[in-house]
Design a protein around this ligand. Structure first.
Ligand code: ATP
Ligand code: MG
Length: 354
């Protein structure tokens, strides 16, 4: 029976979202498949989509499943994303956060690939496009977003509530504000868990269209508990182009898929270097890694960012590269921000860029 179930699942991976080249599984719209006898029961998270789209997906799913040998009937169960999927026994519940419309994580299984750089520039690009944006630094042990945004401290408490710092139109919270002497934060799992919950629930964020979460590297317990705790609408995976970097990034991607958090797209960082002196284009770490991986996974590449010393300088000086309207990185990040909004509009509609 498992073989039939797997075959149905594979068939669903070939069903494209109407008008998109991405399949419905990669959008996180397939909740589960159960095969009983010759009946395939398929759970679809499409109840929030326009009726015509629901109908088109329903028909395509039914035909795809009926084409699988061993399947004679198909039963569709349609739900909405607001009903969170059942979680593994004992897993902490995701608590919705009042006022936050969408929450998106920037992640990778690998360290040092530019997650924080991407999170900061993406957040500023989204704010430039007129959205109300927040940024949470979920890297409790190595928080560096405040530096990348030129921020030093939080504003005064208001009504006993923590106020986020604000840079370039983005509201920011980080452990760096709370452990300001620069000493490393040596915290264990449950304390990290509590700190992250406080970042979401005890900070006076007001109303936000988009909250970007910069995750620490890896796929360990800390990441898992974050992903379990935070009601994420989706994740963006960052990698550099080398094959080994992609292997690690893909571990991160699998973690989100297991937790039923849709992966909205890939960003390839340090993708190439255009030499300002000789004018030549260099693919330092190889090229096309993201495109090839993305095609295999049916995911969009939201951006390929060049290796550019201005990015590092901007990070160190607290002036994100996206602020320079002419820079290639700026253009790529603005395009990534638009791609992110488009992908979110499918999995979690309601985002209305001004
Ligand atoms: N496209 C780029 N061009 C030049 N420098 C870059 C680029 N992207 C990132 N960097 C630099 O590389 C370093 C690592 O980037 P960053 O801190 O964003 O990575 P990270 O994945 O968040 O790391 P960690 O895993 O430690 O959280 C930083 O000094 C940053 O300025
Ligand atoms: Mg980082």
């Amino acid at each position: 029976m498992d073989a039939v179930k797997d075959a149905v699942f594979r068939a669903l991976r070939a069903v494209k979202y109407p008008g998109y080249s991405r399949d419905i599984v990669s959008f996180g719209l397939v909740h589960g498949v159960l095969v009983e006898g010759t009946t395939a029961r398929i759970g679809l998270v499409i109840g929030h989509l326009p009726p015509a789209v629901q109908q088109a997906i329903g028909q395509a799913v039914t035909s795809a499943a009926l084409a699988v040998p061993g399947v004679e009937q198909v039963s569709l169960q349609v739900g909405k994303p607001a009903q969170p999927p059942a979680q593994a026994g004992g897993a902490p519940q995701r608590e919705p956060v009042a006022g936050l419309r969408h929450i998106v994580a920037v992640a990778s299984g690998k360290g040092g690939v530019g997650k924080s750089t991407v999170a900061v520039n993406l957040a500023v690009a989204l704010a430039q496009q007129g959205l109300r944006v927040g940024l949470v630094d979920a890297d409790i042990h190595g928080p560096n977003l405040p530096r990348m945004l030129g921020l030093q401290s939080l504003p005064e408490l208001e009504g006993g509530r923590l106020q986020p710092a604000v840079a370039y139109g983005v509201k920011v919270m980080s452990m760096a504000f709370l452990a300001r002497d620069g000493s490393p934060v040596i915290w264990r799992g449950p304390m990290i868990d509590k700190a992250i919950r406080q970042f979401f629930h005890d900070v006076d964020w007001g109303e936000l269209d988009m909250m970007i979460v910069d995750l620490p590297p890896g796929t360990g317990d800390a990441q898992l508990s974050l992903v379990q705790r935070i009601p994420l609408d989706g994740a963006v995976i960052v990698s550099t182009p080398q094959g080994v970097a992609w292997d690690d990034a893909l571990k991160g991607l699998k973690m989100f898929q297991q937790m039923r958090v849709p992966v909205l797209g890939l960003i390839e960082n340090m993708s190439y270097f255009d030499c300002p002196n000789c004018g030549q284009h260099h693919d330092i770490f190889g090229s096309g890694g993201a495109q090839a991986e993305a095609e295999k996974l049916g995911l969009p590449v939201l951006a390929a960012l060049p290796l550019d010393p201005a990015v590092r300088v901007g990070g160190d000086e607290g002036r994100p590269a996206v602020l320079d309207p002419a820079s290639r990185v700026g253009q790529a990040m603005r395009q990534a921000a638009r791609g992110l909004s488009a992908a979110l509009a499918v999995v979690a509609p309601g985002l209305a860029p001004a």
